[in-house]
Design a protein around this ligand. Structure first.
Ligand code: GDP
Ligand code: MN
Length: 404
């Protein structure tokens, strides 16, 4: 689960990570108020207004309606409301949102932390993530902060250092120092960075996160180290024990079909293809997607209806798949183990009749207990549903439907 930058910063702060202070606002007036308060709290007289969406690249991204960037600087209190107005309610398009962009409902009004001083402010990159290959956590750090880390990884991978952390032992003090040294720091900035990394790692562990990305981490002109941006991804499987964090979920940022599926207890992930599929079991679902590709189609989704599929789950699955305008055919591939094929077949026919205006052909492949009875129910229904028993038959039918 992703959370917004303003939420992530609050969470980090709770673990002692120094952040660029800010106050969230959902109207231009509230943004002005936030700036007034921020001035009282921090003394800042320059303000950064930052669109809150679950995507990066906001600084370079543009709001469709106004042409404003997603992160803008206001050098006067009187400019804050106007600049916030140019972002709020607009659709922000960044290289991470796709061309359709994301509607901005909130802005974070933050203190300017790039103020001049004894040294130049300098941006760094820091992330902590789960490395599944080694079963450990890994800290990635680079002096090339503020930029697209994907580009750095592509062109100058030697500029990203990695430090693996055994989750059983946790981050050792020498490891935090090693990372800070690798960033070329010395003196007070080095000490600050060690503290920053240590607090960040504690936050990562304490929140059951699978990914933290702080880009940029800033060394201010007076050698403070702080998080200017924060991308936090919490492991969904830990939300049962992270109740406070679970409440930070913003469904407006999620795919509406995925939200609806979750409410029906279905495991659904939208993809870009043209063949909708409904399958029981994640392994079978993946094999089915492979098969769709093999016959020249592209899966429109991943949908696992679970072991106990019945008429209600089949109908919910149908409705969700049919809301995707790209779907040209639906393939139902169910193994009758816990459920009997004849019951699934009846469920499919019932759901079909209940939804009514199904405009795409449906291929149903039932295998396992009572497979033949299931196929007969489909064939006798008189609906535009084709039955198949072997995977090959199902694939051939998908192919002929796509070519028709
Ligand atoms: P992203 O573009 O979505 O990753 O958003 P960031 O939070 O990383 O901000 C983008 C850029 O805005 C940063 O790389 C900075 O260059 C700039 N920025 C952020 N905070 C400040 C600030 O306090 N002062 C100034 N002058 N620039 C800032
Ligand atoms: Mn960033």
């Amino acid at each position: 689960m992703n959370i917004h930058e303003y939420q992530a910063k609050e969470v980090l702060k709770g673990y002692g990570v120094r952040i660029q202070e800010g106050i969230v606002a959902d109207t231009p007036e509230a943004a002005h108020e936030a700036a007034v308060k921020l001035n009282e709290q921090t003394g800042t007289s320059w303000y950064v207004i930052k669109a809150q969406i679950h995507a990066g690249g906001r600084g370079k991204g543009k709001v469709n309606e106004t042409g404003s960037n997603g992160v803008v600087l206001a050098k006067k209190l009187e400019d804050v409301a106007e600049k916030a107005k140019n972002i709020l309610g607009g659709t922000l398009v960044t290289h991470q949102t796709g061309p359709e962009g994301k509607v901005v409902n909130k802005v974070l009004v933050a203190q300017d932390v790039y103020y001049p001083g004894a040294s130049e402010p300098k941006e760094y990159y820091l992330s902590i993530l789960l490395d599944r290959a080694t079963g450990s956590n890994v800290i990635m750090a680079s002096t090339e902060g503020g930029m697209d880390i994907e580009e750095v990884a592509e062109n100058t991978p030697e500029k990203i250092m990695k430090e693996w952390i055994d989750p059983k032992v946790g981050l050792q003090p020498f490891q935090a120092r090693k990372v800070a040294f690798a960033l070329g720091l010395s003196g007070n900035a080095l000490k600050e960075m060690v503290k920053f990394i240590t607090a960040l790692y504690n936050a990562y562990e304490g929140t059951d996160s699978s990914q933290f990305e702080i880009n940029p981490v800033l060394k201010t002109s007076d050698d403070k180290i702080l998080a200017v941006d924060a991308k936090v991804n919490i492991d969904d499987n830990a939300l049962y024990r992270q109740k406070g964090l679970a409440e930070l979920r913003d469904v407006a940022e999620e795919d509406p079909l995925e939200v609806e599926a979750g409410e029906s207890g279905l495991n659904y992930v939208k993809l870009d293809g043209n063949v909708g599929c409904m399958v029981n079991g994640a392994g079978l679902a993946m094999a089915t997607m492979d098969m769709i590709k093999l016959v020249g189609g592209e899966p429109a989704n991943f949908l696992d209806v679970g072991g106990g599929a019945n008429a209600t789950t089949v109908e919910a699955g149908f409705r969700i798949i049919l809301q995707d305008p790209n779907v040209k055919a639906i393939l139902i591939n169910v193994f009758g183990g816990i459920v009997r094929c004849d019951r699934i077949a009846s469920g499919v026919v019932e759901a079909y009749k209940s939804i009514g205006d199904i405009r795409v052909p449906i291929i149903v492949r039932l295998q396992g207990t009572n497979a033949a009875e299931g196929a007969k129910i489909i064939d006798d229904s008189g609906l535009k549903v084709f039955s198949a028993i072997t995977l090959k038959e199902a694939a051939d039918k998908v192919q002929s439907v796509l070519e028709a």
